[in-house]
Design a protein around this ligand. Sequence first.
Ligand code: NDP
Ligand code: ZN
Length: 182
Amino acid sequence: MDDSTGLILKALRFSARKHNDQRRKDSRSSPYVNHPIQVAETLWRVGGVRDVTLLIAAILHDTIEDTGTTPEEIRAEFGGDVLALVLEVTDDKSLPKQTRKQLQIQTAPHKSHNAKLLKLADKICNVDDIVHSPPADWTLERKREYLLWTEKVVAGLRGVNVKLEMAYDELLAEGKRALGLE
Ligand code: NDP
Ligand code: ZN
């Protein structure tokens, strides 16, 4: 085993601790950390990603946005490259929600290669959740709007990984059929 295995385990432990009291929005209120683990594993298995910095950033990708984690903590524990990637995929929560959603669409094409890969895997996992374990209280209309929004973000992420893009396209098509969008 090399050092990267230890770093990935350290990131899993860090993310599990940070997201400890947080739950996903599905009917079973699953542990939040299931999601960043799924994103990292999707990058590895579907996207063939072997870049350890990217895999660690995936494990940590929601810690600044959704927990009290500071950028300094991530820099101290995992270094500046991981921090830069996490920051690239972190929304500014001080902005109104609709602004944040619009900004994701506008900024996607200008993200770095690795941030695009991470955002693609994130959207794959969230569409998968909407289709297979959706927020319990969401109306059909809200689920539809969410799928259509991810499609606009993903349009700006294309050209970085064919396998991830195909996986997204298949899931989106499944979701659209399930929600009566086509
Ligand atoms: P939210 O941003 O509130 O929720 C989606 C986010 O929640 C995901 O991106 C994901 O983010 C996280 N998440 C946690 N658990 C789940 C899960 N089980 N399944 C999916 N995602 C999960 O969504 P929106 O407010 O954007 O709602 C979607 C659309 O519906 C929008 O276009 C909105 O305009 C519209 N709408 C909104 C209403 C509102 O009250 N806000 C009401 C009606 C419609 P992460 O990866 O960060 O965990
Ligand atoms: Zn996420």
